[in-house]
Design a protein around this ligand. Structure first.
Ligand code: TXA
Ligand code: MG
Length: 317
């Protein structure tokens, strides 16, 4: 864990228009002052991120909502009470003064209160909301350790705060209140079942639109270099003889096939453990120069829905 002085130095950098990578409970973020358009522009530059992809604004205190959102519907308020700080991002109609570069010109703003103590201290000390995407080059797997950030963006950011491996390991669930019914924009670290237990039914069908309102939903996203195939591999191993294959297994397996490398996400088949290990496991496989990564599908309930969502996007070519 970082020393308090380092976190305060990070806050000072943010206040001066710099960019700081920091841990959250979901994945590492790349943060700048949400009300400083030039600082935010640097995030897009560093990530090589298209400007049509809006950022999540991170807060540490509910008071900050009044500078960001116009209306807070009652059911959103219930979710905030129950799940913040935590892996839930909520999309609201935005206040005029939120810079366009943060919201990609949309009339809405995505807000979340992370629960990692370093993130909370950083935001509090900076004394302003921090706009932050995941701290990876655009389209690549999100970082779940400070080393992941250092490997890919190390020399391009002003400071990397190290908070150890992320507890959740998947990005936040994104829920929009900009339409008539609450709508799921991205499955993530908070299972939809838990949200529905508080506010009832949520729209989960994807919206048809020219410009995706959540590019985390672009078909190919969170992708490693190595092709990934999602497969009930037990049945089809013959097709992979003579190839350098890695296996991304959900639970403990007993295989006779000569896999080059096997990653087991959770030996006992626990979703939380699997989610926390997913991105690091994909990275470990991705540096082995494999011909292919075979990924075992997981049941699509609870966190399994977000895990399968990320696997599908990672497998798109
Ligand atoms: O867990 C997380 O959410 C992490 C940590 C750092 O907080 N952040 C993260 O940010 O995953 P990013 O930028 O990688 O993904 C944010 C997603 C993008 O797909 C973006 O399109 C969507 O949130 N988003 C941001 N603002 C939005 C808005 N106003 N309306 C709809 N979607 C929005
Ligand atoms: Mg991202």
């Amino acid at each position: 864990m970082e020393e308090v002085e380092t976190i305060h130095r990070g806050a000072e950098i943010i206040r001066n228009g710099g960019v700081v990578a920091f841990p959250t409970e979901t994945v590492y973020g790349l943060g700048a002052d949400a009300f400083d358009p030039i600082a935010v522009a640097r995030i897009f530059e560093i990530k090589n991120r298209p400007s049509f992809d809006p950022l999540i604004v991170h807060i540490a205190d509910l008071d900050e909502m009044s500078r960001l959102a116009t209306v807070i519907p009652l059911s959103a308020e219930k979710l905030i009470k129950r799940f913040w700080p935590g892996p839930l991002t909520i999309v609201f109609l935005k206040k005029e003064e939120v810079p366009d570069i943060v919201t990609a010109g949309l009339p809405t703003v995505a807000i979340r209160m992370p629960r990692h103590p370093i993130a909370l201290q950083l935001i509090k000390k900076a004394d302003r909301p921090i706009a932050a995407p995941s701290a990876n080059p655009f389209g690549y797997v999100s970082p779940t350790t400070a080393e992941h950030v250092r490997e890919q963006l190390g020399n391009r950011v002003d400071l990397i705060l190290n908070g150890g491996p992320c507890e959740v390991g998947l990005e936040s669930t994104i829920l929009s209140f900009s339409g008539e019914k609450p709508r799921l924009l991205r499955p993530g670290g908070l299972p939809i079942e838990e949200i529905e237990s508080v506010i009832g039914g949520v729209e989960t069908s994807p919206v048809e639109e020219a410009k995706p309102s959540s590019p985390g939903r672009l078909p190919r996203h969170y992708a490693p270099r190595t092709p990934i195939v999602i497969n009930e591999w037990k049945q089809n191993l013959g097709a992979y003889q003579n190839k350098k294959i890695g296996l991304l297994a959900f639970r403990e397996v007993n295989v006779s096939f000569p896999f080059h490398h096997v990653e087991v996400l959770s030996p006992r088949g626990d979703f939380r453990e699997a989610a926390a290990n997913l991105f690091a496991a994909i990275r470990r496989l991705d540096v082995l120069n494999l011909d292919l990564i075979l990924a075992e599908p997981v049941p699509e309930v609870g966190l399994g829905r977000a895990i399968m969502d990320r696997l599908r996007r990672a497998s798109k070519r």
